[in-house]
Write a protein that binds this ligand. Structure first.
Ligand SMILES: Nc1ncnc2c1ncn2[C@@H]1O[C@H](COP(=O)(O)OP(=O)(O)OP(=O)(O)O)[C@@H](O)[C@H]1O
Ligand SMILES: N[C@@H](CCO)C(=O)O
Length: 320
């Protein structure tokens, strides 16, 4: 489930009329996703995606996200493009919520990740980093290293219900990361949530990225580390070095990394694991048991964190 806001036929038809995409023929809520309400709408001109922004997305950030998608698509990155209405506006209001209509991306996200997917992702991520370089707007990462302690403090009381000693271990991890975090590495626009469910494929070719609502200005290596964590660990927690090698080597064919980025990768990967462990832990302890959206398992990321804590150099990720 991720349709928090219901729309009526009439108000949706009126909303759609403002865009030059023909009349509304049908619409259906999309079950996947947890942040916003998404509908697939069929008009005389084909399928589109309607997004109603729910409370977890800061309204003040919406111009950044929408302009970024437009900027990237102009630079041949395949991503949802916001449509403009008859007044040239992408953002409107529907059922009391900010709303926008996007182009529909074909393809499916991979349910079973193969090494070839990781290679494709590496290239697509590097292309995104390069295409974002001249994007003029800035958005700080509001889930960056200095925000993690606050998140942990909000779940500390219940962390040990998930695993005894978890709160203490996470606190020690933050003591390690905070003073060492490599803020001086190359920075730019990063996706910051390029998990498999946000990357579409047609066959074995990447056909685009969606869900840019964590996109921000931060170090590129952090984006790579997020991807390595989300794509290169097997369900049993084992690290798949073949997948990581392909991810990293295809990335560097488009945008090479500096020696500093390579050296910092194990630490950045620990940070990336900690970030998702903490947001998942927060959701785990704060989501009512009868909620429709099931929180994701924080302990999956504890295993990933432990792996990176044992890594001595980036060579262990398959980098030559
Ligand atoms: N432009 C698009 N083209 C095709 N399908 C899309 C598009 N945008 C979204 N979808 C579909 O809607 C689903 C939910 O979208 P999305 O992941 O953006 O939701 P969300 O609630 O904003 O994010 P999150 O994944 O962070 O919960 C996707 O899995 C995909 O099936
Ligand atoms: N991709 C995130 C959730 C949505 O941002 C996770 O798996 O924890």
């Amino acid at each position: 489930m991720a349709v928090y806001t219901e729309v009526s036929d009439d108000e949706l038809s009126t909303f759609v009329e403002r865009f030059s995409i023909g009349a509304l023929l049908s619409y259906k809520g999309i079950a996947e996703g947890v942040e916003n309400s998404n509908y697939i709408i069929q008009t005389e001109q084909g399928p589109f995606i309607l997004t109603l922004y729910e409370k977890r997305v800061n309204e003040a950030d919406l111009p950044f996200f929408l302009n970024l998608l437009e900027h990237l698509s102009e630079r041949e990155i395949t991503c949802p493009v916001p449509l403009k209405d008859d007044k040239g506006q992408a953002l409107g209001t529907l059922a009391g919520r900010p709303a926008a209509i996007f182009t529909f991306l074909s393809g499916m996200w991979p349910r079973k990740i193969k090494p070839v997917h990781c290679g494709e992702l590496g290239r697509a991520l590097a292309e995104l980093h390069v295409a974002g370089r001249d994007f003029p707007m800035k958005r700080a990462n509001d889930l960056g290293v200095m925000d993690w302690r606050g998140l942990l403090n909000q779940c500390l009381e219940h962390a040990d219900d998930v695993q005894v000693g978890l709160g203490e271990k996470l606190s020690a991890e933050l003591d390690y990361l905070e003073p060492r975090w490599p803020i001086g590495l190359p920075k730019g626009i990063i996706h910051a949530d390029a998990f498999p469910d946000n990357v579409f494929f047609r066959g074995e070719k990447c056909s685009g990225l969606i869900d840019f609502y964590f996109a921000c200005h931060d170090i590129f290596a952090y984006d790579l580390a997020i991807c390595m964590n989300a794509w290169c660990f097997e369900k049993d927690g084992d690290f798949n070095v073949t997948k990581a090698r392909l991810l990293l080597s295809n990335y560097r064919k488009v945008r090479d990394f500096s020696t500093e980025e390579v050296d910092a990768l194990p630490m950045v990967a620990r940070g990336a694991a900690t970030r998702f462990l903490l947001t998942r832990l927060y959701d785990w302890v704060n989501t009512p048991k009868d909620a429709l959206v099931k929180p994701k398992d924080p302990m999956e990321y504890f295993k990933i964190l432990k792996f990176h804590q044992s890594v001595r150099s980036a060579a262990e990720y398959g980098l030559q």
